[in-house]
Design a protein around this ligand. Structure first.
Ligand code: COA
Length: 172
C-alpha cells in the first residue's frame, strides 16, 4: 500500500499531469466529447488536486471546471464539471481516487449549492459519492457519449432544468 499526499494541482508541472492522464485514458483522450464541455477553460485551482507518492511522483489527479447547463430558452445554470479523475494503473484500488474526490468535497464545503456533474461509471461514483443519472436524462453533451454515464450530484431542493446542453460557462 503506497503512502500518498494530496496537494493543489497547480503545484505540479502540467506536463506531468498530461503524461499521467495519457497513461490512464490514452493519448487520444482529448477527442472525447467531455473535453468539448470544458473547451477553452482552465481548471478551477481551488478544486483541482494531485496525489503524490512518497517519492513525490504524481500518481493521481482530479480537475474541476466551471460549466453550465443551457436550457431550451437559452438560460444558463452554472455547474461544476468533475474530471478527469485518474489514478496511475499501478496505484489503483488504494484509496487515491476516493481521497481526490474527498479533497474536492472538502474544498467545496457543506454549503455548496452548485450541482456537480461528471461522465463516469455509475458503479464507482454512485454508491461511493452519491452521483446519479436521476436528473440528467434530458441533458445532452456536444457529441457522442453514453447517457447512463452522465451523472450529477444535485441538492434535492435545487430547481434545475430537465432539458439542456452542457458546455463551458462564461459570464459574458
Ligand atoms: C476510477 C478511478 C479514478 C478510481 O480510483 P482508485 O484510486 O483506483 O479507487 P479507490 O481506491 O478510491 O476505490 C477502489 C474501489 O473502487 C472500485 N472501482 C474502481 N474503479 C471502478 C469502476 N470503474 N467502476 C466500479 N468500481 C470501481 C474498486 O473495485 C474498489 O472497490 P472496493 O473498495 O470495493 O474494493 C481509477 O481506478 C482510475 O483512474 N481508473 C482508470 C480510469 C477509469 O477506469 N475510469 C472509469 C471511471 S470514470
Amino acid at each position: 500500500m503506497t503512502e500518498f499526499n494530496i496537494i493543489p494541482l497547480d503545484q505540479v508541472d502540467k506536463a506531468w499531469v498530461d503524461q499521467l492522464l495519457d497513461q490512464v485514458f490514452g493519448p487520444d483522450r482529448a477527442s472525447r466529447t467531455i473535453y468539448r464541455v470544458r473547451e477553452g477553460l482552465d481548471p478551477l485551482p481551488a478544486l483541482s488536486f494531485a496525489a503524490l507518492d512518497d517519492q513525490d511522483y504524481l500518481v493521481g489527479s482530479i480537475q474541476c471546471w466551471p460549466v453550465a447547463l443551457t436550457d431550451p430558452d437559452g438560460l444558463a445554470y452554472p455547474m461544476i464539471l468533475v474530471g478527469p479523475v485518474g489514478v496511475a494503473p499501478d496505484h489503483q484500488d488504494q484509496g487515491i481516487g476516493r481521497a481526490l474526490m474527498a479533497s474536492v468535497f472538502g474544498a467545496l464545503g457543506v454549503g455548496e449549492k452548485l450541482p456537480l456533474v461528471l461522465l463516469g461509471d455509475p458503479e464507482y461514483y454512485g454508491t461511493r459519492f452519491g452521483f446519479s443519472a436521476d436528473r440528467t436524462g434530458g441533458w445532452t453533451l456536444p457529441g457522442p457519449y453514453e447517457q447512463h454515464r452522465l451523472l450529477a450530484l444535485v441538492r434535492p431542493d435545487l430547481p434545475i432544468p430537465e432539458r439542456g446542453m452542457l458546455g463551458p460557462w462564461r459570464m459574458i
